[in-house]
Design a protein. Sequence first.
Length: 75
Amino acid sequence: MPQIFEGNRENVPERIHYLTKPFVSRYIRIHPINWRGRVSMRIGLLGCRHKGSCGDGFFRINNQSSCGKSDARRR
């Protein structure tokens, strides 16, 4: 679900963007598209702990634990 967010410019110290739909992810990839001069970026992501079921190939030890990868399905 790629999305493009515009960054700050010149004298605007920060930009805040909100995602329109919730999603579950283990990793997020940030890919700068263009810049002037040298590329520089600082980013902060806020989220909440996933309380639903884990996806295929993942398991949860108890309700307080995060989802872990299961290698049993590969064999």
